[in-house]
Design a protein around this ligand. Structure first.
Ligand code: SF4
Length: 317
């Protein structure tokens, strides 16, 4: 096998700008360096342009990922002062590549970089191994929040993968970010129920809005704001699922006073990108100029007010 440092790796367009590999202006810079290594991905996620090993496209979600040599990227990432606070190695699903993936992680670890790796729900053993090797966090692409959506969009069996994921979270509390995509077809109630089951045992949730690059429709902003509020109050403020009311699958009420809820939402932090610390994923789900699903920076008070109004959520007084 050729030296890993000679391998090519993709980096997100915004990451490449920060590293000085592309000259362009960006309104919000990423605070995490996003790398993509999905050689030979055998996954067939409905929403992914690179599913089934389609390496013809340079896109993942709506981001372009140009390719560079791994050695060049590693040397830029490990320069002082460090250009990023975290590195996220995003991967495809191919168990035959596990050993190579571990070598990539070993190099990042030896350089003293703070890094996360994204994996599929069935790769829980590899997740534990990578954490032992020095990965700071592991992102797990569950994506669907119910057995039906998991089967429809990931072509995978929830009954097989979900129990192993729960076990992984229990083994590594505070270290596992479960990626969930709102807009695949789960109701708000189902979505929130799954968030609650994850957070109850020490997992964290990284929320995404469906980006319809492969078809489908982006979720309505009102529903997205509601699940953001739920995720924040449930995961960060430990407010229980039972304190929320649902009607026809829609999150319709928080059974707490408006003043209390407002205070807990921390000036709009609830609407910022969720996931590992310093992961802001700018423009991952929306084009520059569009309203952010996930704000990659603090909100202005006007933006917070508008986002709250968009959520159309009732409180108990
Ligand atoms: S939350 Fe962000 S940094 Fe963490 S694994 Fe997911 S994409 Fe990577």
């Amino acid at each position: 096998m050729k030296n890993l440092l000679e391998e090519k790796i993709r980096v997100s367009y915004g990451t490449a700008i920060v590293l000085g590999l592309i000259e362009a202006r960006q309104d919000v810079a990423p605070t995490t360096a996003y790398l993509l290594w999905d050689t030979g991905c055998i996954g067939s996620c409905s929403f992914c342009p690179r599913a089934n090993g389609n390496s013809r496209t340079q896109k993942l979600s709506r981001i372009i990922w140009p390719e560079f040599s791994f050695s060049r990227i590693v040397s830029l990432l490990s320069a002082q002062p460090r250009p990023f606070r975290r590195v996220c190695l995003q991967t495809g699903f191919n168990p035959e590549k596990n050993e190579t993936l571990k070598e990539f992680a070993g190099i990042l670890s030896n350089k003293g970089l703070n890094f996360s790796v994204t994996l599929s729900p069935s790769q829980t053993k590899l997740a534990s191994e990578l954490l032992e090797m020095g990965a700071d966090h592991i992102g797990i692409g569950l994506d669907g929040a119910s057995p039906d959506m998991y089967l429809t969009h990931k072509k995978k069996n929830w009954e097989t993968d979900w129990p192993f994921l729960l076990k992984l979270i229990r083994m590594h509390p505070g270290k596992i970010e479960v990626h969930l995509i709102f807009g695949l077809g789960d109701s708000e109630e189902q979505f929130c129920q799954t968030i609650s089951e994850i957070t109850k045992i020490g997992g964290q949730v990284s929320l995404f809005a469906l980006t319809p690059v492969n078809g489908g429709t982006a979720p309505n902003l009102s529903g997205y704001r509601r699940v953001q509020i739920f995720r924040y109050l449930n995961e960060i403020k430990s407010i229980k699922f039972e304190d929320f009311g649902f009607h026809d699958g829609k999150l319709s009420q928080i059974k707490l006073s408006f003043e209390y809820v407002l205070q807990q939402l921390d000036q709009g932090t609830c609407f910022r990108t969720s996931g590992c610390g310093d992961c802001n994923r700018p423009y991952y789900n929306e084009r520059p100029g569009q309203i952010f699903y996930n704000f990659p920076r603090p909100l202005t008070s006007e933006e917070f007010k508008e986002a709250l109004e968009t959520a159309e959520i009732q409180t108990s007084g």
